[in-house]
Design a protein around this ligand. Structure first.
Ligand code: NDP
Length: 238
């Protein structure tokens, strides 16, 4: 039985991935930060191991990985999913906002990947999946810091896939489009309608659409796939 570790598993896409991987026979660990109640509920519901962790902090991530190793054994699959979004004009982005965004969305993936890779490399087997965003591919106005953090994940995916491929570790990236989660709860009805009509498939994605892509990339069916950027966006970006 393989062990999967999902950052930001307390809500949204991460919680759906926690459920789907557990249902498909993986041992699952996930982090929560502010949503302790939801995390505990999910943990009880499916028997996954919930660990408190602020992914923007290197030591927190290191400690979370070591607690998971102690409890469930070495991590076979890492899903770097935790993230935040924020709207601001570029000139209004403060140093603090910039660093919080980059640390939470990008440095977190560096910290977690660095912590799990030694055991994957020595086993010559492992999977890392980075949850980026379509805005990391094409850029979003008023979300420059978010777009930069997500573009960084795409760059990390490609470079790391080349470095660790010979050691049997696959690294891939998913770039979701607009998905129905708390992250988009502040969008107005008009904005959502506009986003739907700009999407060739004419709808907003569901968390399970992304979780199913994660499940596929984790599985052996994807054994010849690495360094790839998989858009799950209803065709918004083609
Ligand atoms: P949600 O806002 O629903 O959930 C975000 C998750 O990230 C929560 O579990 C939250 O934990 C966790 N998180 C946030 N900050 C931290 C932190 N400092 N340390 C640890 N965990 C943290 O977002 P989504 O599910 O929508 O997003 C998941 C990923 O998908 C993100 O990386 C996002 O950028 C990406 N994405 C989402 C899209 C969408 O339309 N929804 C589109 C494209 C990409 P807690 O609540 O416990 O604090």
């Amino acid at each position: 039985m393989k062990t999967a570790f999902i950052t930001g598993g307390s809500r949204g896409i991460g919680a759906e991935a926690v459920r789907l991987l557990a249902k498909n026979g993986y041992k699952v660990a996930f982090t929560y930060y502010k949503s302790e109640e939801q995390a505990m509920k999910l943990s009880e519901e499916i028997g996954a191991f919930a660990v408190y962790c602020d992914v923007s902090k290197s030591d927190d991530v290191k400690n979370a990985v070591s607690r998971i190793n102690d409890t469930l054994g070495n991590i076979d699959i890492l899903i770097n999913n935790a993230g935040i979004d924020e709207f601001a004009l570029f000139c209004d982005i403060t140093d603090e906002m910039w660093h919080r965004m980059i640390d939470t969305n990008l440095s977190s993936a560096f910290y977690a990947s660095r912590a799990v890779l030694p055991s994957m490399i020595s086993k010559k087997d492992g999977v890392i999946i980075n949850v980026s965003s379509m805005w990391g591919e094409v850029g979003a106005s008023c979300e420059v810091h978010y777009s930069v953090s997500k573009a960084g994940l795409i760059g990390m995916t490609k470079a790391l896939a080349k470095e660790v491929g010979p050691s049997g570790v696959r690294v891939n990236c998913i770039t979701p489009g607009v998905i129905d989660t708390d992250m988009n709860k502040n969008l107005s009805k008009d904005d959502l309608e506009q986003l739907k009509s700009d999407t060739p498939l004419g709808k907003i994605g569901k968390t399970e659409d992304v979780a199913k892509a994660i499940l596929f990339l984790c599985s052996d069916d994807a054994r010849f796939i690495t360094g790839q950027i998989l858009g799950v966006n209803g065709g918004y970006i083609i």
